[in-house]
Ligand binder design. Sequence first.
Ligand code: G3P
Ligand code: MG
Length: 235
Amino acid sequence: MILIGHRGLAGLAPENTLSSFRAAHAHGLAMVEFDVRLSQDGVPLVFHDDTLERTTDGAGPVAGRDWADIARLDAGSWFAPAFAGEKVPSLEQALGLCLDLGLAVNMEIKPDRGREAGTAETALALALRLWPDGVAPPLVSSFDAPCLEAARRVAPHWPRALLLESLAPGWRDQAQGLDVGALHLDHRPLRAERVENARGAGFQVRAYTVNDPVRARQLRDWGVTGVFSDFPHSS
Ligand code: G3P
Ligand code: MG
């Protein structure tokens, strides 16, 4: 089972920053997940929330600010003074660093309403342009079906995963219709039988966000092949 650093390695460095990717690498992780959304002027950047308050010294919707404004914000002080001056990375900066470090990537696409396909198309077009031949391509995931449809159009051979909070009725048809190879599921309602159902339907299962190594081992024993974690732990 692979341990995937969540938002870089969000327990040890400010989430979704270059420092968090460096922390993941320094702790021996081979793969990171991060969130991708668009600025007002359509630049793909790495950021979780749809507003700036929680993790920067800015305020208001990310989608209401141009990249040049967002790039000036402090995205580290909220986490710890040692990270003061840390910036919100552009997707280009994030992918460049991950390639330099040899970190495998899971790009989670987080669209604003009305920009679902556009967010995925922009992010994927950039990633396709940057990605070298011979390096395993990023895994693209989203809670949003139109994002995954757009990813399939733009980069049909890149792996895709559908994010779900639970296996609600219709999950199988949805996942099959989107032609994804994996489900990324909230670990909390996950049970052995649900993992078995998902795997029986032909999907790999990865689970978020698992910070307890005992739980991670249980999930592994059920057939979960990856867990997203804020902390390094052996599982
Ligand atoms: O991609 C797994 C996980 O990151 C999904 O939840 O809210 O942390 O993006 P969230
Ligand atoms: Mg995420």
